[in-house]
Design a protein. Structure first.
Length: 211
């Protein structure tokens, strides 16, 4: 068997597992189902993925690679404008009104099926930490007041929106998500003033204290 045929078989197995695991769940899909739909033998599948856990890990690594490429691509497209990059990171989710992730976050879904230190949970933690780090870096470039907390909050808002997209019927989901996302960013920026009763804007650098 040539290297090309081996590579094609591996990709076919992985693409099939990706579709089935995401659409139906990992525990719900057996190896025989993947073998049949990928049109390979069990020997071929186990040659590439010695266990189902190995296949699950490869599936989530594939998803993580896609997310890395998407996030890095958006940031690279706005090298001198971290604010625009932050907005685009949110907007990219809403272009199809969350249809591309209609069954929710693949990492959260996979993590929910396992306990302890299973690779699925490790992958979920790794990708979420990585995204938060990218958000924090962009917020720091904007001189955000609290980039660490804001990055965590942005991730929570994003997670909530993805889950809502899978479970709720909400015509305003995209608009509400973007509004919450932008507010979390703007509220910590140096230029974001707070209207006082005297009509003057007070910067976050000049907090008011009330007795």
């Amino acid at each position: 068997m040539t290297v090309r045929r081996i590579s094609e078989a591996r990709e076919r197995i992985l693409a099939t597992a990706d579709r089935l695991f995401y659409d139906e769940g990992i525990h719900a899909v057996g190896i025989q189902r993947i073998v049949e739909e990928a049109a390979v033998t069990r020997v071929t599948l186990y040659r590439h993925f010695p266990s189902k856990d190995d296949l699950v890990s490869a599936y989530l690594s594939r998803r993580a690679d896609h997310d890395h490429a998407q996030v890095d691509g958006i940031i690279a497209a706005h090298p001198d404008d971290p604010r625009a990059a932050l907005t685009e990171l949110a907007t990219a989710l809403t272009r199809d009104d969350f249809a591309g992730i209609s069954r929710g976050c693949p990492f959260i879904n996979a993590s929910a099926e396992f306990t302890g230190s299973h690779p699925a949970r490790l992958h979920a933690g790794e990708i979420r930490r990585w995204v938060v780090e990218r958000l924090e870096e962009l917020l720091r470039r904007l001189d955000h007041r609290d980039p660490v907390t804001a990055a965590q909050q942005l991730m929570m808002v994003r997670t909530g929106a993805v889950v809502s997209g899978a479970l709720d019927v909400n015509d305003r989901l995209s608009a509400d998500f973007l509004q919450a996302w932008e507010k979390l960013i703007d509220d910590g920026l140096p230029s974001h003033g707070v209207e006082t009763t005297s009509g003057f804007a007070t910067s976050w650098r000049e907090p008011r204290h009330f007795a």
